[in-house]
Design a binder for this molecule. Structure first.
Ligand code: 13P
Length: 251
């Protein structure tokens, strides 16, 4: 039985004061009982200390939104995996579609980042997903599997023994138009079947979470699907009550 995971990707939002309020709301909600799910929040880098300190002693797990593929040195503006580990970060989002589309991250770079995160003892959350145009021309599965294959090519399928996959169709991100539970379940099953061709045990164990306009209203139906192991939540994770409701939607 795979454990569920719900992660909030705060993206580039918040201030010290906002995050203080959000953390208080989240910690109160969690203390009232959210069971059977690992709950992660991924703040912007400058707020990692604030969030790890506030989360200390609670069950809330801290993640980050990005990482550098290099371990140290002259990489101005970058943050190394070892630095994140130093701040008790456990999960690192890698290859978010916003990084792929706005910052030109390639499959090869993303595979290097997956390696850097794993080597530092953290868990990569590899984001994959097709654009609307790719879906419309029937290339959704091929796009997503190619994104996963590049990690398998770089590190072997065993990379997914300690990774999470987030299926985030680009057209569903921030649009209010979630994939239907049928569309999401289908792609999650396709991903799992692909991994199973390499290693059945890895395929069975890997957590595959869904992201793209997850809300307190649609989470329960999505999370009830057999191959959907939780969610990666953007907008709704900035509201403590909504996010806690989403976490509680894991049955
Ligand atoms: P939304 O939940 O705002 O659609 O964002 C999804 C996402 O990109 C999470 O990483």
């Amino acid at each position: 039985m795979r454990r569920a995971l719900v992660a909030g990707n705060w993206k580039m939002n918040g201030s010290r004061a906002d995050i203080n309020d959000l953390m208080q709301g989240l910690l109160t909600g969690l203390s009232e009982g959210v069971n059977g799910v690992d709950v992660v929040v991924c703040p912007p880098f400058p707020y990692l200390t604030q969030v790890t300190e506030a989360a200390h002693g609670s069950e809330l797990i801290v993640g980050s939104q990005n990482v550098c593929e290099q371990s140290s040195g002259a990489y101005t503006g970058e943050v190394a995996a070892s630095m994140l580990r130093d701040f008790n970060v456990r999960y690192v989002i890698v290859g978010h579609s916003e990084r792929r589309q706005l910052y030109g991250e390639t499959d090869q770079l993303i595979a290097s980042k997956v390696g850097a995160v794993s080597e530092a003892g953290m868990i990569p959350v590899l984001c994959v997903g097709e654009t609307r145009e790719q879906r419309d021309r029937g290339a959704a599965e091929e796009t997503v599997l190619a994104q996963i294959a590049s990690v398998v090519a770089a590190h072997g399928v065993s990379a997914f023994a300690d990774s999470v996959i987030a299926y985030e169709p680009v057209w569903a991100i921030g649009t209010g138009l979630s994939a239907t539970s049928e569309q999401a379940q289908h792609m999650h099953a396709v991903i799992r079947q692909y991994l199973a061709r390499h290693d059945a045990a890895v395929a069975d164990a890997v957590q595959i979470v869904y992201g793209g306009s997850v809300t307190a209203d649609n989470a329960e139906e999505l999370f009830a699907c057999p191959d959907i192991d939780g969610g990666l939540v953007g907008g709704a994770s900035l509201n403590a009550q909504a996010f806690i409701r989403i976490c509680k939607s894991v049955s």
